[in-house]
Write a protein that binds this ligand. Structure first.
Ligand SMILES: O=c1nc[nH]c2c1ncn2[C@H]1C[C@H](O)[C@@H](COP(=O)(O)OP(=O)(O)OP(=O)(O)O)O1
Ligand SMILES: [Mg+2]
Length: 198
């Protein structure tokens, strides 16, 4: 059941914000954490869900609003699930291009059959900073890591993520298609059900 009509999105990532906003639609008024603070909390958790909770809790505290956070990343089979929760910091916080270059290098000479990977998205919604029972949802998206970048849409690792069900990279998908298939879409579908806005 929906108990509020406004929430703050606890993300500083423009690509994510766009996707989350599009998926939430008009059911709830969305504010951005950037309106309240430019300081990004340290992601000290050891799992996606812990980091999502700590980002949402921080945003709820700063804004006084219910807060939704997304912690996400790419888990590559051949790398034992790395970069995982460290996906944004994989190349030392130098941004998407450096992360992608490092990933291609780590998988140099690895054959297609061993390039399986999944995008992971954990969502946490806290109604207030001390909410003892956050709403938690997770989504996975299975694919494979390409040998070079393809496509211009999306953000992050999208140009390197091959989507088998569509025979293209996730950066070649139209945004509305990515928003129906992705790890984030799957987690968001659960969240909307839990909120009664599905
Ligand atoms: O759909 C996606 N398509 C491509 N790449 C993606 C996707 N979803 C997550 N990713 C990558 C981007 C970043 O390297 C990491 C998220 O890191 P993560 O800490 O959750 O986000 P962030 O630091 O960019 O923004 P914030 O923490 O403020 O929400 O995974
Ligand atoms: Mg982050």
């Amino acid at each position: 059941m929906m108990l509020f009509n406004e929430l703050v999105l606890a993300s500083h990532n423009a690509g994510k914000l766009k996707e989350l906003q599009a998926m939430l639609g008009d059911a709830v008024r969305v504010r951005s954490i950037g309106e309240f603070s430019d300081i990004e909390p340290e992601e000290t958790g050891l799992s996606f869900i812990e980091n999502a909770i700590l980002k949402a809790r921080n945003a709820a505290r700063i804004s006084g609003l219910p807060a939704l956070a997304d912690d996400s990343g790419l888990a590559v089979d051949h790398l034992g699930g790395a970069p995982g929760i460290y996906s944004a910091r994989y190349a030392g916080g130098q941004g998407d291009a450096a992360n992608n270059a490092k990933l291609l290098d780590a998988l140099k000479d690895v054959p297609d059959a061993e390039r399986g990977a999944q995008f992971v998205c954990a969502l946490a919604l806290l109604r207030h900073p001390d909410d003892p029972l956050p709403i938690l949802c997770e989504g996975l998206w299975h694919g494979r890591i390409l040998h070079s970048a393809q496509g211009e849409h999306g953000f992050g690792y999208d140009p390197l993520f091959w989507v088998p069900e569509r025979d293209c990279s996730s950066a070649e998908l139209a945004p509305k298609d990515k928003n129906q298939l992705s790890h984030r879409a799957r987690a968001m579908a659960q969240l909307k059900q839990r909120l009664g806005i599905a």
